[in-house]
Design a protein around this ligand. Structure first.
Ligand code: HEM
Ligand code: NAG
Ligand code: NAG
Ligand code: NAG
Length: 318
């Protein structure tokens, strides 16, 4: 009896893995094959965050970058090779760091169950843990992503730019099955982390033919940014926190956005349509509504399908 059920089950599994071209994710994906994977990953993220307060933001940004290029397939983690310049060495590389946290998590997980847990799943789980351990919500992450074999620096042109207006943002998100509501909720990630001057330079110097400063920016906020980021900024690491509490996952980003105190044109753009502006106002007044929407949109973004195998070292294709 038990054996025939097992046979039936394995036949079904075989059938589904042959017939479905996309990875179907599930909450219990590793329940049989690696039940302790999630707690090992959580521990690695906790350790990383204890040593360095910038790790949480880095992991969240890394996961976004991963999912927006070739799906959530850990392409962002691959190293360049002799004849290929990888994503991580492409233009916005300055904002990517803390890859070692994923390496450590992968090492732990490989020790528990070799060759089972994908790097893409590790990154998705690490991003969730980073948010939760920064005071944000937690949620169950569907798993079963596969790792890809391709990573190209030139692909990073497909990431939305901080200079994008609302129609450009909408296009970028809808190409990936994400809505305007997802755009507003996921932009709330800018409650964590840091930006280099280059990402908001356009708003504080030579904004347009009639304004030096972006007039939608709160004037004293803009003035303070010009001090840290002068026109010919020579300090490579100079920049500003994305909100006033950059290690706490809260709804402060939306409150500041309504006051003209956001860094990017792409943040400010959320105020330029009635629907997105109303959502910004809603999230500014309710942390709970923000968290509910954020979790829903993260699960959507995290589910963009990508690769086809499980890497052994997140930095190299086997
Ligand atoms: C809506 C389109 C988006 C644009 C144009 C954008 C742009 C940027 C830029 C330019 C930076 C600063 C890079 C630097 O100068 O160092 C940044 C940082 C960051 N972004 Fe976004 N982003 C977007 C959406 C997202 C999404 C969807 C997430 C996560 C789900 C995210 C998470 C982050 C985080 C956490 C940081 C801080 C990184 C750190 O401190 O290491 N962003 N973003
Ligand atoms: C990947 O690149 C990093 C940074 O250049 C280097 O330290 C590391 O050894 C490389 N890892 C592999 C497996 O190639
Ligand atoms: C980051 O990207 C820039 C622009 O493409 C490139 O010049 C630089 O070498 C890259 N840095 C690293 C560490 O790969
Ligand atoms: C956004 O920018 C694009 C490209 O510059 C332009 O074609 C479009 O009209 C702009 N949309 C809005 C709403 O400003």
């Amino acid at each position: 009896m038990a054996a025939s059920i097992l046979l039936l089950l394995s036949a079904l599994i075989l059938l589904s893995s042959v017939s479905s071209p996309v990875n179907s994710l599930s909450l219990n994906y590793y329940d049989q094959t690696c039940p302790n994977a999630e707690s090992a990953i959580t521990n690695a993220v906790k350790k990383g965050m204890m040593n360095d307060k910038t790790v949480a933001a880095a992991l969240l940004r890394m996961h976004f970058h991963d999912c927006f290029i070739r799906g959530c397939d850990a392409s962002v983690l691959l190293n360049s090779t002799g004849n290929n310049k990888a994503e991580k060495d492409g233009p916005p590389n300055i904002s990517l760091h803390a890859f070692y946290v994923i390496d450590n998590a992968k090492k732990e997980v490989e020790a528990l169950c070799p060759g089972v847990v994908s790097c893409a799943d590790i990154l998705a789980l690490a991003a969730r843990d980073a948010v939760a351990m920064s005071g944000g919500p937690t949620w169950d992450v569907p798993k079963g992503r596969k790792d890809g074999r391709i990573s190209k620096a030139t692909d990073t042109r497909q990431l939305p730019a901080p200079t994008f207006n609302i129609s450009q943002l909408q296009k970028s998100f809808s190409q990936r099955g994400l809505s305007m509501d997802d755009l507003v909720a996921l932009s709330g990630s800018h409650t964590l982390g840091f930006s280099h001057c280059s990402s908001f330079q356009n708003r504080i110097h030579n904004f347009d033919t009639t304004h030096d400063l972006d007039p939608s920016m709160q004037p004293s906020f803009a003035a303070s940014l010009r001090i840290v980021c002068p026109m010919h900024n020579k300090v490579k690491q100079a920049g500003a926190a994305l909100d006033s509490s950059p290690t706490t996952f809260d709804n402060m980003y939306y409150k500041l956005l309504l006051q003209g105190k956001s860094l990017f044109s792409s943040d400010q753009a959320l105020l330029t349509t009635a629907r997105t502006k109303a959502l910004v106002a809603k999230f500014a007044s309710s942390q709970e509504e923000f968290e509910k929407a954020f979790v829903k949109s993260m699960i959507k973004m995290s589910s963009i399908a990508g690769g086809q195998e499980v890497r052994l070292d997140c930095r190299v294709v086997r």
